[in-house]
Ligand binder design. Sequence first.
Ligand code: BGC
Length: 675
Amino acid sequence: MRRKLALISAAAVVATTGAVAVATQAFAASGCSAKYTVVNQWPGGFQGQVDVTNLGDALTSWTVGWDFGNTSQTITQIWNADKTQSGVHVNATNLSWNGNVATNGAISFGFTGNWSGSNPNGTNFTLNGVACTGSTGGSPSPSRTSASPSPSTSTNPTAPTVALTSPTSGSTFTAPATVGLAASATAPGSTVSKVEFYNGATLLGTDTSSPYTFSWANVAAGSYSLTAKVYNAANVTATSAPVSISVTTTGGGGSHVDNPYVGAKVYVNPDWSAKAAAEAGGSRVSNQPTGVWLDSIAAITAPAGSGYATSLRAHLDNALAQGATLAQFVIYDLPGRDCAALASNGELGPTEIDRYKTEYIDPIAAIEADSRYSSIRIVNIIEIDSLPNLVTNADGQAGATSACATMKQNGNYVTGIQYALSKLHAAGTNNYEYIDAAHHGWIGWDTNFGPSAQLFASTAKGAVGGVATVDGFITDTANYSALSEPWIQPSVTINGQTIRQSKWVDWNQYTDELTFAQAFRQQLVSAGFNANIGMLIDTSRNGWGGSARPTAASTSTDINTYVDQSRIDRRIHAGNWCNQSGAGLGERPRATPATGIDAYVWIKPPGESDGSSSLVPTGPNNPGGKGFDRMCDPTYTGNGRNGNSLTGALPNAPISGAWFSAQFQQLMQNAYPAL
Ligand code: BGC
């Protein structure tokens, strides 16, 4: 599904002039304080965060204005707000769901931007046209369209200044760490009354005399954003630029290696293994390593009655008992999960980013950071389908869904993945992050290829630790695209026509996963990822062996007949994705199978359904309320995203993730290489 639709950037324009805002403020108490934070910066780009406190009356809509320091500073993407930028001036306005702000309530939004030369902090903050001075009664700011001089600021004391001088950005400590913080501060025309030190919004300590220092002791593994805040005698404050540090566990995990699969013994999930072994002939594969899907908050602790047999800790303890040195977990619980399909909808609503952070990622990171597991290389596969859905299925495209548009607009896929990368990477040197990169039949078209790499890069650059938090990418997760297509490479021509013109290929630049994964790796490196990133390919179900597998190229001179007779992938349409009839187990998991490929892996456990073939009401057979996607119904004749074709789905399938014996038997039967 979900293919060749071009990325068109959001162009929501909401214009609010300062003049209008001032008029509506005439009889209301108004005032604000504003904080501008450069969360992360890299050559040419940065991620910013604006936090405004409304000190005046409650608001039902807002416009936050500010000025950048130079014209090179431009916003490229914003979340939790819309924006207009004219020269150095920016106006950010509320979205439909976050316009109401109580007195003392907070407005927060983030963005990514470009810069060159220098990247000074934003200044001249206004809220609905009123300057943010830290108190009510601030001066209305001039209309942006008026040429009149700025109003006098003589009633406002000169702001103090502060800089965090220690630690330096990017410093790494070993847990339990003692982090020495130091700040320099000035208070022109006044005196410094105190300097506070913060980790995010949490006050760590205060110093009232120079030199301003604080010793932060017993710091656990994680990534932290530190700031200092100065108060002058008139209680006017200023906050320093943030400093990002990470604290990691030492453990015996040794150094972080380039390819964690080399020389590793990979964990076999006993829950999957038992189901596979219980099938006739299943013992031929039941000792293969498969991915452990942490597909809900309950999957972390597996409480009684949750339907999960084994908690994350128990999996890691099992891995130790097996003598395994690598375990694979799928991080899969974003807010508004599976926005373009219905079969794997998740538990968190589109706005529940805080729950994702505190109830899902934080506990996983804490367990993975436990030094008890430091001998295990922990591979996290991060959020299947999510970023690709923002590229091809959000606003402005033919196949767009409103659920994906919402996730693009509210930024919670990007924010969630940035948080996951920041926290999990900092969990230890034995931790490895691989982001999901869909498959060739989704982002292989050149309209999607470059934009996907760009979005992955801008997302990773916004994580604490930046692109270095990413060890690689995975393609074909839970999909069926063939590993190699020897006879339908895009360079082939039949009767003067390129293969790309065939109905099956439909102008895609790629026809198989291996060629695609290798090329996409290069594209990701050009977009800013480290040159040593490696790819994984999920080969659990892309074997396409058995009697229907072609053994030679077709001799037909008709392009469509040639392609259909020669292709390894036997699907009805490359957009079909659910419980595919005719599929087989693919290459067995192994390390370094090809240039640029860290490993072939089985992340989707063979035998686990992609989705039910008819509606299963919420109840004993569907405790989590998984939806019904007609792409899993063999009688459905399809839609624009699969060329209005039959779905090719197997009948009588249970909900996604549930055991599907008939599928497992077919996968073994059609395994390639054969079992
Ligand atoms: C489902 C998950 C399941 C995973 C592995 C996904 O499609 O939504 O619940 O754990 O597949 O089978």
